[in-house]
Design a protein around this ligand. Structure first.
Ligand SMILES: NC(=O)c1ccc[n+]([C@@H]2O[C@H](COP(=O)([O-])OP(=O)(O)OC[C@H]3O[C@@H](n4cnc5c(N)ncnc54)[C@H](OP(=O)(O)O)[C@@H]3O)[C@@H](O)[C@H]2O)c1
Length: 345
């Protein structure tokens, strides 16, 4: 180690339930951990990225999640304590503090020194900077799981991505194209060229009229093998999917877009329509909501594609460490194209 670790560090803690500006506390007195559990390392965080799960967990009541907890999960930085793992001090890495681990420990990525499982880190490709690398792990593995672990897409097949300009969506377009899968997607008119630049073919402007109506009119043939919805578990898109999703195809969703508990009734109504039994007129198509699972092999696959120039992660905007509440305003606008990243050190 070049210089000894400081005793204290700065970090953003979530201290109660609510919206980011009301529940985040900037701490300058957090101890820098030195007692690192086996299989974990200490990372000097250079950049950390936001994900919708960050503000969605903040909205949950105290009895459901751990508080205080360091905000967010995605990060990129340098190893400062390798702790007998495969890493060495000074290695440049990216990865994440998995949400399930944050819930148990209170750990997270929005701090200067973060404990991270070695399994959830890989070496940063040399052709991207820390800012870009910080946003890859969570969105990239989500796209990977939807397309290949759940969707089991193969070369020559077709996928529809609802939300092509989202962080998950742009990575999904590129991963699918790299596999030889044909991609159509939804995006607003102003993002049509953006999604086409990653390889999307037919782009449906969701702002013009309901997407399911456009898909019904388009007479999609052959139908999609996977419909990947990374915007919302939209009931109408699934209810009408028999016309554009192959009989053995699957509708894969990242889950309902719940910003606050007040959205729960509409979510319950949507779920009822989606899970209505086929015997009673429900849809004869598979539907799956999933939570991505972090695995080293997937992170490495993403890193390799980035190193080969085949996967280009996008950054929407970069904020200073002190400006985290402003970064949340940007992600909660729902208009970002790429990751919102905070420069930590
Ligand atoms: N289940 C999991 O494991 C998992 C993991 C990661 C993320 N997620 C979820 O996946 C979703 C996407 O996350 P993200 O980080 O990729 O989001 P994001 O980058 O913040 O998404 C913003 C983008 O979505 C587009 N958009 C908004 N409404 C749209 C609509 N109705 N149709 C098409 N595009 C629309 C916006 O484009 P315009 O400005 O043009 O509208 C914008 O480019 C979130 O709900 C997140 O919670 C789930």
């Amino acid at each position: 180690m070049d210089s000894p670790l400081p005793p204290l560090q700065k970090g953003w803690q979530v201290i109660k339930s609510g919206v980011p500006k009301n529940v985040l506390k900037f701490r300058t007195d957090l101890p820098v951990p030195t007692d690192i559990p086996k299989g974990h390392v200490l990372v000097k965080v250079l950049a950390a990225a936001l994900n919708p799960i960050g503000y969605k967990l903040m909205a949950m009541p105290n009895f459901m999640v751990k508080r205080p907890v360091i905000a967010e999960h995605d990060l990129a930085g340098e190893i400062v304590i390798a702790n007998g793992t495969e890493f060495h001090v000074g290695d440049e890495v990216f990865g994440l503090v998995p949400a399930e681990l944050s819930m148990k420990t209170g750990w997270g990525s929005m701090q200067e020194y973060a404990i991270v499982p070695a399994e959830a880190l890989v070496l940063k490709p040399k052709n991207i900077d820390f800012t870009t690398a910080a946003g890859v792990a969570l969105a990239g593995q989500t796209a990977y799981d939807a397309l290949f672990v759940i969707g089991k897409l193969e070369e020559g097949q077709r996928v529809f991505i609802n939300g092509g300009s989202s962080s998950v969506g742009t990575l999904a377009i590129q991963l699918a194209k790299e596999k030889g899968v044909r991609v159509d997607c939804s995006a607003s008119g102003r993002n049509t060229d953006y999604v086409k630049s990653f390889g999307a073919e037919q782009v449906f402007d969701y702002t013009k009229k309901p997407l399911y109506e456009q898909l019904l009119e388009a007479n999609i043939s052959p139908p999609y093998n996977v419909f990947f919805d990374c915007i919302d578990a939209t009931a109408n898109l699934f209810v009408h999917s028999k016309k554009y999703l192959a009989p053995n195809g699957i509708f894969v969703s990242t889950g309902p877009n719940v910003h606050s508990l007040s959205a729960l009734p509409i979510v319950l109504w949507t779920m009822t329509r989606i899970y209505w039994p086929t015997l009673l007129g429900g849809v004869h198509r598979q539907f799956k909501i999933f939570l991505f699972k972090s695995e080293k092999t997937k992170l490495q696959a993403l890193a390799d594609l980035i190193a080969e120039g085949k996967l280009k992660p996008q950054v929407d905007s970069v904020f200073s460490f002190e400006d985290l509440p402003k970064a949340y305003e940007r992600i909660m606008s729902g208009r970002a194209t790429g990751k919102i990243v905070v420069q930590v050190l």
